[in-house]
Design a protein. Structure first.
Length: 261
């Protein structure tokens, strides 16, 4: 049973006057411990990036880069067929942009978490996973990359000795392989049902699958997406249920422990 957990959320996913989801980043930020800030390719712009970094600093939340495919129209949830080298350069470009805003704010860049279709692509593509992890390791050998426990990313990271954060997706379905079921659109969810799912994963290490069974799940962080309809009541219900079961939301470093970091 887990007694503490990192709680992460994708932030700043808009562009200019456009916002995706319910537009509740300001209400969500105080409820989480790690923010994945959109870095401009699937969503985000310089003004949003700076605003999210400053807000995270005010709330004591760790800041991570959330790079995606170069797909603003499709919100980074459409696959782009490009070489590993090209995709890696896109990621490094985006990470570098956010790093300057964190340096300006006087906070560290805590982690990197690919977005959407890029996240799923990295999870199964060993060439890209290895290139990405080696590049991040060269930039900062202590900066974790978020991934699924069953992903190629996780396996390669262990091989090269780079820290990773295994995620549990509160607002996504799982299949029997242990992978999330990727979708471009998510409908409204019952906040308490999501909260119960998270608590069960934390207390019993289990999650139900779309095939009707259940599987063991290993994770260090729980993700709730800001663009999921009703994200705020989902986050509030999850925090309340975690607290009721004695599970604390803590910083990423505390959730991983000294060995993992």
């Amino acid at each position: 049973m887990k007694t503490c957990i990192d709680l992460n959320c994708d932030m700043g996913e808009g562009f200019g006057p456009w916002r995706i989801g319910d537009g509740v980043d300001e209400q969500l930020m105080p409820l989480i411990s790690s923010a994945n800030v959109a870095t401009g390719f699937h969503a985000g712009d310089p003004n949003l990036m700076r605003r999210m970094v400053d807000l995270a600093k005010t709330c004591g939340v760790g800041v991570g880069a959330h790079p995606g495919f170069h797909d603003l129209m499709g919100f980074g949830r459409r696959h782009i067929n490009a070489s590993a080298e090209e995709l890696l350069n896109d990621v490094i470009y985006q990470v570098g942009a956010l790093r300057e805003f964190t340096r300006l704010a006087g906070v560290p860049l805590q982690h990197v978490k690919p977005h959407g279709a890029l996240y799923m692509h990295v999870a199964r593509d060993e060439v890209l996973s290895r290139a990405l992890l080696q590049a991040i390791h060269q930039i900062d050998p202590n900066m974790p990359v978020y991934c699924m426990a069953v992903s190629v990313t996780h396996r390669v990271a262990k091989e090269i000795g780079h820290p990773v954060v295994r995620e549990f997706y509160a607002d996504r379905d799982y299949d029997q392989s242990g992978s999330i079921v990727f979708t471009r659109r998510v409908g409204a969810l019952d906040p308490q049902a999501v909260a119960d799912k998270v608590v069960r994963a934390c207390t019993h290490g289990l999650v139900r699958t779309v095939e009707g069974g259940e599987i063991a799940i290993e994770f260090d962080s729980v993700c709730i997406h800001s663009d999921t309809p009703g994200a705020l009541p989902i986050m509030q219900a999850t925090r309340q249920s975690l607290a009721a079961h004695g599970i604390r939301v803590v910083s990423l470093a505390d959730a991983l422990g000294p060995v993992a970091m």
